[in-house]
Write a protein that binds this ligand. Structure first.
Ligand code: ADP
Ligand code: MG
Ligand code: MG
Length: 249
């Protein structure tokens, strides 16, 4: 699904990713934890092709293709999805129009006909029910005036509509109450299949009670310094990151 080899990237001349390696197979869920400023969001941004990041070394292959060579929109069409740590508001663009355009763009890429209005509404209704979402949000402009929790739930709704091959969730659980946390977990768990994978970036082991990862990695100083099973999340919650910082300073 995804192979990252010795990835180095910088922002405004400052090197943030320092030789990062990561391998994700289809069907796997990987959690990435790590102290603030370690480079977790940078990794998500670099993978999805956000501008402003300079790749100085390394390779990334996504479903057999050279990811770094592809335009951001092609990465998305191939099934890469990033749920933003800070979702942006798009005033004047109703959610329903935004989603319909996205879904049909993905279908076009796969050689499928666009959904009719009726089919699209049916799909939206199914996904809303699955996630127990308030139906009013989709009539409003994308994220405009949404609460923090509503924005995060809306990211998960978009993910559910697009059914990505590889979903990256960047601290989608931060600041959420327990009900919203369940929406996030249900969204990820509903997508679980032998052909799909997810990277869950989180500070809290709490989310991992609901989304059980196959691997937990610690990202520190721009690289993965430790990888283990789900028990590592509990250990980090208990011990914090000081011991990691000492060992890998
Ligand atoms: P994390 O998500 O692990 O908390 P980030 O990837 O957001 O960390 O940031 C890693 C480092 O890169 C931080 O020191 C941050 O200040 C810096 N950084 C990230 N984006 C930018 C940017 N656009 N301009 C300058 N510095 C940045
Ligand atoms: Mg952070
Ligand atoms: Mg971050």
């Amino acid at each position: 699904m995804l192979t990252i080899k010795n990835l180095k990237a910088s922002v405004e001349g400052k090197q943030i990713l320092n030789g990062l390696n990561l391998e994700i197979k289809p069907g796997e869920i990987h959690a990435i934890m790590g102290p603030n400023g370690a480079g977790k969001s940078t990794l998500g941004n670099v993978l999805t092709g956000r501008e402003g990041y300079e790749i100085t070394e390394g390779e990334v292959s996504f479903m057999g293709q050279d990811l770094l060579d592809m335009a951001p929109e092609d990465r998305a069409r191939m099934g890469l999805f990033l749920s933003f740590q800070y979702p942006v508001e798009i005033p004047g663009v109703p959610m329903v129009n935004f989603l319909k355009a996205s879904v049909n763009e993905h279908r076009k890429f796969k050689g499928q006909e666009p959904l009719t209005a009726g089919e699209f509404l049916k799909l939206m209704r199914e996904k809303k029910e699955m996630l127990h979402l308030d139906s009013q949000l989709t009539n409003r402009s994308v994220n405009e005036g949404f609460s923090g929790g509503e924005k995060k739930k809306n990211e998960i709704f978009q993910m559910a509509m697009l059914e990505p091959k590889l979903a990256i969730l960047d601290e989608t659980d931060s600041g959420l109450d327990i009900d919203a946390l369940r929406v996030v977990a249900e969204g990820v768990n509903a997508l679980k299949s032998p052909e799909r994978s997810a990277i869950v970036i989180t500070h809290y082991q709490r989310l991992l009670d609901y989304i059980v990862p196959d691997f937990v990695h610690v990202l520190y100083n721009g690289k993965i310094v430790m990888s283990a099973g789900k028990e590592l999340a509990l250990e980090l919650e208990e011990k914090g990151y000081d011991w990691i910082k000492k060992e890998f300073a």
